[in-house]
Design a protein around this ligand. Structure first.
Ligand code: COA
Length: 395
């Protein structure tokens, strides 16, 4: 009887609402992104620490709360020495997202709250993770280059300290502001693939490190957070605006995806791209090398024209498109683009893990458990006859 009513949705969950959340709204029709009641365009004026506070504590901090909050995060930046030692054993060619994904559960072993299943402990763990993500990435970048990691500086804000640990020198204010804004823009995006992965793991009552490690793995894929590096690789391969039109035509003719374009939820442009594009433009002008920004605009324009002609539809530009040239202008190595995304998104994942485990939105069954339709046709409609190993023959 149950099976008679079974509905099979071969949709990859597109358009299927599976839970309530108070954290974030992605309004794909109108191109609106809201974190806990605030429009992303407004939050772009705030610092990353303010947005972390908003995501984890559900309100923007008061002026007198912000400095103590910054210090609280700064106090959690150091990585345990054995974790740094473990990073030193990895081959320098290891992918930074793999290093990040491996380091996260290692940190669990050093967390004094790991056996505490209270909401207060989860919040403390969330702050540790947010604080340590930049340290992991910067330490790995130094180690793979044969250098010693730079100890975090408690005097610097989250964004400035990341650049300082990465490069070993005090960053310029323009770079700090650009990274800070990029972190704000990437901090949260509702039930995207990596957040869903984190929430799914959290729904089993696994701890936050396990859930966040799953999020990192999901984000590493080229169709998700890995797209920003792919965009830059495309720009570098093209090298100049002269080849853009031919390239875009050839890619679309061959049915290949252009990274940084298209979105599973937005039908119109991602609002974050409209904030990042002028930032990339400004940095291009400031560095005297507007080429990467200009090529990006040309790719976007050409792809949109072709889409309109061929499909009578728009292809939206997504967050990864202009963050690529922006990070490149800031001197961030291309294979650290996606880790920078993770440094921002860990705040969103942590907020979702807490919501999943401690509520905050309307309740749903505790565990995610979708079903699937079995279409295995190995032995026709029947099950296969089991043949003992010694009697099995090919063909
Ligand atoms: C993000 C993405 C996976 C969303 O996928 P989706 O919602 O499943 O959309 P679909 O793949 O079904 O795309 C719908 C149509 O637009 C086309 N399309 C979508 N994104 C495209 C892109 N980046 N380049 C070219 N064509 C694209 C698809 O080929 C499809 O065409 P069809 O209807 O003729 O088959 C997809 O747009 C993509 O792969 N983009 C590039 C990777 C990227 O930038 N990812 C970061 C997302 S924030």
């Amino acid at each position: 009887m149950e099976n008679d009513c079974k509905i099979v949705l071969n949709t990859g969950l597109r358009g299927v609402t599976i839970a309530n959340t108070r954290i974030c709204e992605v309004d794909g029709k109108n191109g609106r992104l809201i974190y806990r009641g605030y429009m992303i365009q407004d939050l772009a004026q705030a610092s990353y620490e303010e947005v972390v506070h908003l995501l984890l504590h559900e309100y923007l901090p008061m002026a007198e709360e912000l400095q103590p909050y910054r210090l609280r995060l700064a106090a959690e930046r150091e990585m345990p020495t054995p974790v740094i030692a473990a990073l030193r054993t990895c081959p320098p060619k290891a992918l930074p997202m793999d290093i990040l994904q491996a380091a996260v559960p290692m940190l669990a072993n050093f967390d004094p709250d790991i056996a505490d299943s209270s909401r207060e402990a989860a919040l403390r763990v969330a702050h540790r993770l947010v604080a340590k993500f930049p340290t992991i990435i910067a330490a790995w970048h130094r180690i793979r280059g044969g250098l010693d990691p730079v100890a975090p500086s408690p005097e610097l804000g989250h964004a400035a300290n990341f650049l300082y640990m990465l490069n070993g020198r005090a960053p310029e204010e323009t770079a700090v502001r650009a990274i800070d804004t990029a972190l704000v823009l990437h901090a949260e995006h509702a039930f995207n693939a990596s957040t869903f992965a984190a929430r799914e793991v959290a729904s089993t009552q696994a701890h936050m490190y396990a859930a966040v490690a799953a999020g990192v793995g999901s984000l590493s894929g080229a169709l998700h957070g890995g797209a920003n590096a792919k965009v830059m690789q495309m720009l570098l391969k093209l090298g100049s605006p002269d080849h853009v039109a031919d390239f875009v035509h050839a890619e679309l003719d061959a049915g290949r995806k252009i990274f940084g374009l298209g979105h599973a939820v937005y039908n119109v442009d991602d609002p974050r791209a409209h904030i990042l594009a002028p930032m990339s433009k400004a940095l291009g002008e400031r560095t005297g090398n507007p080429r990467w920004y200009e090529m990006s605009t040309l790719i976007e324009k050409t792809a949109k024209e072709i889409f309109r002609q061929r499909k009578n539809a728009d292809i939206p530009v997504n967050v990864d498109f202009y963050s690529a040239s922006l990070y490149y202008y800031l001197g961030i190595p291309v294979d650290l683009f996606t880790p920078v995304f993770a440094i921002a998104r860990v705040a969103g994942w942590a907020a979702h893990v807490i919501e999943e485990q401690f509520g905050g939105a309307a309740s749903k069954p505790v565990l995610y458990r979708p079903e699937s339709e079995y279409v295995g046709d190995y032995c026709g409609p029947e099950v296969c006859e089991f043949v003992p190993l010694e009697k099995r023959r090919k063909g």
